[in-house]
Design a protein around this ligand. Structure first.
Ligand code: NAD
Length: 248
């Protein structure tokens, strides 16, 4: 049996990387998939095609998750085409790394807005639908550095730690309406985001990881599929690390 059969999910920042892997895994488990990214470009078009070919309803939207009005308008648009939203995955994220000494206000604001404010925007926009349904599962993509911190990533770590506080609060606030909220904290996952790093930095990381390798987007998508599905129906307010034991 497909574990997401009959469910409709929305995933932010899904044209590539981890978001794309989540969209594909969700569709393979029978979910209808709504996804967003900054632009409805060739990546988005190809993903939409791939999802539809898997026999589910799928639609991509250009929407900036850090913009409050964009998110509100997005959900109004989505509801013209889809009847419900069972799963929200707040995946969109960016890095603008640098030591605090050199970190500009622009680098700080951009990362907080895209990584953290987006989670507020989208959860607020989707909550009205989930409240009406009296069910829903929200999964927020944090990071191991949101749990443990990282030199050169004060803005990113703060945004990802903020997501954890938000997740735990929403789990307590909306639990009575049968809405669950969890976070995942991936470690080093091989995507275009991490491809920006110099090779020696990457090998250095791999040596420190007990499983001795980076994770794949599919390995993150598997855990998010569990959290989105009814298989995790008594799991809420939790942070699950997906990091090859990098952080224990
Ligand atoms: P990625 O850069 O490959 O993909 C991110 C996607 O989000 C892109 O398609 C991008 O266009 C989109 N996006 C950026 N800003 C957006 C906005 N304002 N609105 C909508 N979409 C936007 O990154 P990834 O590695 O796939 O990361 C996905 C998530 O996982 C991020 O939240 C990231 O912080 C988190 N994460 C990644 C790693 C890793 O090692 N790759 C580790 C821990 C957490």
């Amino acid at each position: 049996m497909k574990i997401l059969e009959g469910k409709t999910a929305i995933i932010t920042g899904a044209s590539r990387g981890i978001g794309r892997a989540i969209a594909i895994k969700f569709a393979s488990e029978g979910a209808n998939v709504i996804f967003t990214d900054l632009a409805y470009d060739e990546n988005a078009i190809s993903l939409e095609k791939e999802l539809k070919a898997m026999g589910v309803k799928a639609k991509g939207y250009a929407s900036n998750a850090s913009n409050h009005d964009d998110c509100m308008n997005l959900i109004d648009e989505v509801l013209k085409d889809f009847e419900r939203i069972d799963i929200l995955v707040n995946n969109a994220g960016i890095t603008k790394d640098g030591l605090l000494m050199r970190m500009s206000e622009e680098q700080w604001d951009a990362v907080i807005n895209v990584n953290l404010k987006s989670v507020f925007n989208m959860t607020k926009a989707v909550q009205k639908v989930m409240l009406k349904q009296r069910s829903g599962s929200i999964v927020n993509v944090s990071s191991v550095v949101g749990v443990g911190g990282n030199a050169g990533q004060a803005n990113y770590s703060a945004s990802k730690a903020g997501i954890i506080g938000f997740t735990k609060s929403i789990a307590k606030e909306l639990g009575g309406r049968n809405i669950r909220c969890n976070a995942v904290a991936p470690g080093f996952i091989i995507t275009e985001m991490t491809a920006k790093l110099p090779e020696e930095v990457v090998t250095g990381w791999f040596e420190k990881i007990p499983l001795k390798r980076g994770g794949t987007p599919e390995e993150v998508a598997n855990v998010i599929t569990f959290l989105g599905s009814d298989m995790s129906s008594y799991v809420s307010g939790q942070v699950i690390n997906i990091c090859g034991a990098m952080q224990t």
